[in-house]
Design a protein around this ligand. Structure first.
Ligand SMILES: Cc1cc2nc3c(=O)[nH]c(=O)nc-3n(C[C@H](O)[C@H](O)[C@H](O)COP(=O)(O)OP(=O)(O)OC[C@H]3O[C@@H](n4cnc5c(N)ncnc54)[C@H](O)[C@@H]3O)c2cc1C
Length: 290
């Protein structure tokens, strides 16, 4: 690994000043669970490393019915998994976290680091897109809030300027009559998903017709992929097994999965059909119960 100068700021402002000063030559490190891998592989060789893990002001979770859920960027996966707020209001996030890596990685890796790494195989992004989450980004020149859906640009590339930090993930309060579920194909518990699917289904109260749907895939394109034709195949209809099988087919046709040592593109396409259907079945059951 190439030598670098190391900073450990204790405030957001101090970090932003360093990023503003060193721009492309600096890189943030949070838990280092992804960052150290890419540095050791030589894919990144920053001159300056800004370690933000000690900024306690970015480690929080709050919830209220009006503002929804707010998660500080440095909140660890394990904190989210174990949170009573999550268990009560956003069960799907806890379920997703339980299948993400091992406890060791979840104990140190942060939700912000996972999103900023921009891995299309990552589990949180599809679930957050299904939840219609937004991200608060900050630099010395100001703040902006963007939809999670707009954040990923390409494989390991996100919509973040060199002098910006991710500060907060904002999730609206849950819509009524809405069920959300996440399913991923793992060889072993905690493995990176070969493919994954997050599905949100909102039913019209009373008649069981699908009013809205969001379907988002992981490891099925170079970014977390919202499959809008598959969503349309559900909206305005009463959902049954045949329709869910058709939705899986449509999602699979929209996917553009990679081929690698873990699976061929063809296999992933087949698995998209199954995992979209499974997540949608679960989401539908949950929507009916709320
Ligand atoms: C063994 C192993 C198994 C894993 N399995 C899974 C899995 O099953 N599913 C899954 O989704 N992930 C998995 N991961 C990835 C893991 O979730 C991420 O590595 C971790 O969450 C990254 O968080 P971090 O705090 O360590 O980020 P770091 O590695 O420190 O940073 C990652 C990237 O984000 C940037 N960054 C970090 N925080 C910020 C911020 N606040 N603002 C701007 N940029 C920032 C860094 O500059 C870097 O580019 C696995 C990782 C390991 C090591």
């Amino acid at each position: 690994m190439k030598d670098f100068e190391y900073f450990a700021p204790k405030t957001i402002e101090e970090s932003l000043s360093l990023l503003s000063q060193y721009k492309e030559e600096a890189k943030i490190i949070a838990g280092g669970q992804s960052m150290l891998v890419v540095m050791r592989q030589g894919l990144l060789a920053p001159e300056f490393v800004v370690d933000i893990k000690g900024i306690t002001a970015l480690d929080y979770m709050t919830y209220d019915e009006k503002e929804g859920l707010r998660i500080g960027a440095l909140t660890t996966h394990r904190t989210i998994e174990k949170s009573p707020i999550i268990q009560k209001h956003f069960r799907v996030l806890g379920e997703m976290e339980r299948n993400l890596a091992t406890i060791q990685t979840r104990n140190w890796g942060t939700i912000g680091g996972n999103l900023c790494h921009g891995d299309p195989a990552g589990d949180p992004a599809p679930v957050l897109i299904a939840l219609d989450a937004k991200l608060k980004l900050k630099s010395l020149s100001g703040e902006r809030v963007i939809a999670m859906e707009e954040f990923s640009k390409d494989m390991l590339e996100v919509n973040l300027e060199p002098d910006e930090m991710l500060i907060e993930i904002q999730i609206p309060a849950k819509r009524p009559h809405t069920g959300i579920a996440h399913e991923k194909l793992m060889v072993m518990q905690g493995d990176a998903g070969i493919v994954g699917a997050a599905v949100s289904i909102t039913l019209k109260p009373g008649d069981g017709v699908c009013e809205d749907a969001r379907i988002v895939l992981s490891n099925a394109a170079s970014v977390p992929l919202r499959v809008k034709e598959a969503e349309k195949s559900l909206i305005g209809k009463r959902i049954n097994d045949n329709l869910l099988a058709e939705t899986g087919e449509v999602a699979s046709a929209e996917a553009d999965p990679p081929a690698d040592v873990h699976a061929s593109a063809e296999y992933r396409r087949e698995m998209v059909k199954i995992f979209v259907r499974r997540a949608a079945e679960k989401a539908l059951e949950r929507a009916k119960r709320i």
